[in-house]
Write a protein that binds this ligand. Structure first.
Ligand SMILES: Cc1cc2nc3c(=O)[nH]c(=O)nc-3n(C[C@H](O)[C@H](O)[C@H](O)COP(=O)(O)OP(=O)(O)OC[C@H]3O[C@@H](n4cnc5c(N)ncnc54)[C@H](O)[C@@H]3O)c2cc1C
Ligand code: FES
Length: 424
C-alpha cells in the first residue's frame, strides 16, 4: 500500500471517530432534557427517597409502556371506605391492546377535562394516581380520595381532580392516561424484611406492593403500619384482614388517631395514636429492614429523618409524598453561600426573585413565591410542570422519565445554573 493511501485511511478513521463522539454527545444532551438543561446533579430529591435507576418493564418480558396519552375505559367504580371518601376505578385500554406491567408503587398520570372554575367550558388538568393493585391483572386500578377544602379554610373550593373522578366519572367513561411511571417502587429482589408505612390515602402504593409480595412465592416478612383517624376512613379493610389471616409473614398494624366510639381496639384497630417513631421502635425487631413510606407531608417530614436518626441507612428508606413536602432539604452541591443568588425571572408574572437554594426545586420556589404553576407527580415523570425556559440553564436532580419539549424544562426537578427566565 502506498504511503498516501495509508494516510488517507488513517485520516478517514480519525474523522469517523470524531463524528461518533459528536453524535454520542448530542444524544446524551438530548437524554438529559434538551436545550438549557445541564447534566443531572446528584442531590436529594425533595418528594422522593433514594430511587432505583432500573426502568419498568425491563426484566419481565411484558409489553413496554406507551408514549403520550392512551384512551382507557372505566370498567368499574367501587367505593372502598365506609365514609365513601375513597373510590376505585378499574381501567382497560380502549384499543384492546396488552396492558403493560408496572412496578408495585408506580402511578398513572391522567389528563382530565374538567369544567373551568370561573368561565364556561372545560380545561385540561394533570393529576397522578398510584396504581393500587398488584401488576399482572386484566385492568389497572387507581383508588382516589376526595380532597375536601382544608379544615381551616372551608370557604375554599374542594379538590378539582378528585372531585371530578368522584362526581363525574362513571363506568363506561373514557380517560386519557400516560403510561405507568415513578421512582417509588418496591425492590423486587432480595430477602430483607419490608416495612410499609402509610398515612391516609398513602395506602394506595402499599396495596400494590402488598398484593405483589403476598400473592407470589416471596419469603420476605412484611409489616404494614397504616395510620388513619378512625374505622370509617380505612380503605379496603376486608382485603387487609384477609391477607393478615392468610399469610403468617404479614403483620398488620392499624393505627387510629381518633377512634370512633364503635371502633374496637384489637378488632378494628391495633394501636391508638399516630404512626410515630416511638411505635416503630417498640414494635419492630432490631435488624436490617427496608422501609417504604407514603403519607401526608407532616408524617413524612417527621418519620423520614426520625428513621435516619434511629440508625436506618438512607438507602433502606424510600418514600413518596402525594403533595409538597420538605424532606431532608440540603443546600445543593456546588452552591456557594458567599455568591449572590441568581435572579429567577418569571416573565408572565412580571417578577424577578433571587433564588433560594433551600426552596428545593424551581417548582417549590415558584409556589413559595405565589407564582402560579401547574404540577402533577413532582418527580419528573408526568410533564405536568413543563415550562418554557426563555433564558439561562437549569440542572436536573435526576434524569426525568418525561421528555420535555425543546426549550422547556421540568420545574419539579430543576434548579437554576445562574440567572434564568421562565415563562410562568
Ligand atoms: C405520585 C403521586 C401519586 C398519587 N396517588 C394518589 C392516590 O393513589 N390516591 C389519591 O387520592 N391521591 C393521590 N395523589 C394525589 C393526587 O394526585 C391529587 O393531588 C389529589 O387528588 C388532590 O388533587 P385535586 O385536584 O382533587 O385537588 P386540588 O384541586 O389540587 O386541591 C388540593 C387542595 O387544595 C385546596 N384548595 C383549593 N383552592 C385553594 C387555594 N386557593 N388555596 C389553598 N388551597 C386550595 C382544595 O380544597 C384541596 O384541599 C397522588 C399524587 C402523586 C404526586
Ligand atoms: S410535576 Fe410531573 S414532571 Fe414535574
Amino acid at each position: 500500500m502506498e504511503a498516501g493511501e495509508l494516510l488517507a485511511i488513517l485520516v478517514g478513521l480519525l474523522l469517523l471517530q470524531v463524528g461518533g463522539f459528536a453524535l454520542f454527545g448530542l444524544w446524551r444532551r438530548r437524554r438529559q432534557g434538551g436545550d438549557g438543561v445541564a447534566g443531572s446533579q446528584a442531590r436529594a430529591s425533595v418528594a422522593h427517597g433514594p430511587s432505583a435507576t432500573i426502568q419498568p418493564n425491563d426484566d419481565d418480558g411484558a409489553p413496554p409502556g406507551w408514549s403520550g396519552l392512551r384512551d382507557f375505559v372505566v370498567q368499574r367504580k367501587v367505593h372502598e371506605s365506609a365514609d365513601r371518601s375513597i373510590c376505585s376505578f378499574y381501567l382497560a385500554p380502549v384499543d384492546g391492546g396488552l396492558l403493560p406491567r408496572f412496578r408495585p408503587g408506580q402511578f398513572l398520570t391522567f389528563t382530565l377535562d374538567v369544567p373551568r372554575r370561573d368561565r364556561g367550558g372545560t380545561e385540561p388538568l394533570t393529576r397522578c394516581y398510584s396504581l393500587s393493585d398488584a401488576p399482572g391483572r386484566d385492568a389497572y386500578r387507581v383508588s382516589i380520595k376526595r380532597a375536601p377544602a382544608p379544615p381551616d379554610r372551608p370557604e375554599l373550593p374542594p379538590g378539582r381532580g378528585s372531585g371530578h373522578f368522584h362526581d363525574r366519572i362513571e363506568a363506561g367513561d373514557r380517560l386519557a392516561v400516560r403510561a405507568p411511571a415513578g421512582r417509588f417502587f418496591l425492590q423486587q429482589e432480595g430477602d430483607t424484611p419490608v416495612v410499609l408505612i402509610a398515612g391516609g390515602i398513602g395506602i394506595t402504593p402499599m396495596l400494590s406492593m402488598l398484593g405483589w409480595l403476598l400473592e407470589r412465592d416471596d419469603k420476605r416478612e412484611v409489616r404494614l403500619f397504616y395510620g388513619v383517624r378512625n374505622g370509617a376512613e380505612v380503605a379496603m379493610g376486608a382485603q387487609l384482614r384477609q391477607w393478615a389471616r392468610d399469610h403468617g409473614r404479614f403483620h398488620l398494624h392499624r393505627c387510629f388517631s381518633a377512634p370512633a366510639p364503635e371502633d374496637r381496639l384489637g378488632e378494628d384497630f391495633d394501636h391508638a395514636g399516630r404512626v410515630d417513631l416511638a411505635l416503630l421502635r417498640n414494635t419492630l425487631p432490631l435488624r436490617r429492614q427496608q422501609f417504604y413510606l407514603c403519607g401526608p407531608p407532616p408524617m413524612m417530614e417527621s418519620l423520614v429523618p426520625g428513621l435516619e436518626s434511629w440508625g436506618v441507612e438512607p438507602e433502606d428508606i424510600r418514600y413518596e409524598a402525594f403533595g409538597p413536602a420538605s424532606i431532608q432539604r440540603a443546600t445543593p452541591a456546588g452552591v456557594d453561600a458567599e455568591t449572590p443568588p441568581p435572579l429567577i425571572t418569571f416573565s408572565d408574572s412580571d417578577r424577578a426573585i433571587p433564588w433560594d437554594p433551600a426552596a428545593g426545586s424551581l417548582l417549590e420556589f415558584a409556589e413559595a413565591n405565589g407564582v402560579e404553576v401547574t404540577s402533577g407527580c413532582r418527580a419528573g415523570s408526568c410533564g405536568g410542570c413543563q415550562t418554557r425556559l426563555r433564558a439561562g440553564r437549569v440542572a436536573y436532580a435526576h434524569p426525568p422519565d418525561f421528555e420535555p419539549e425543546p426549550g422547556h424544562c421540568l420545574l419539579c426537578i430543576s434548579s437554576p445554573q445562574g440567572a434564568i427566565t421562565l415563562e410562568a
